[in-house]
Design a protein around this ligand. Structure first.
Ligand SMILES: [Zn+2]
Ligand SMILES: [Zn+2]
Length: 107
């Protein structure tokens, strides 16, 4: 059984228009970052270790806007999560290429 925790990719906030790369555990004493498991549909806090189901989650923007579960549901789908991770990997590769390019220019 595959199990993989990844950073939560949040949809753009309809209230303030911001999009966050990372999501923090609300009211967490350790201010941990939220990770999701797309296969089991679970969410956990990386620092305090609390775990719960995606469906039981409430999501807030730092501006105070509360997302409707329907707004997050799509972003939370296994498909979306994996797609985002793939895009991030491609970005990493692009960064790597940029670094290679820099080295080439230096030498
Ligand atoms: Zn907001
Ligand atoms: Zn926490």
């Amino acid at each position: 059984m595959m199990s993989e925790w990844m950073a939560l990719f949040f949809p753009k906030c309809p209230s303030c228009g911001k999009q966050w790369g990372t999501t923090n555990h609300r009211n967490c004493l350790l201010n941990g970052e939220i990770l999701v498991e797309p296969y089991k549909k679970q969410v956990k806090c990386e620092l305090c270790g609390e775990q719960w189901q995606i469906l039981n989650s409430k999501f807030y923007c730092s501006c105070g806007y509360q997302f409707y579960s329907s707004e997050v549901e799509d972003a939370m789908s296994t498909h979306q999560l994996l797609k985002h991770r793939l895009l991030q990997k491609i970005e990493d590769i692009n960064d790597y290429k940029k670094i290679l390019h820099k080295i080439k220019t230096i030498f």
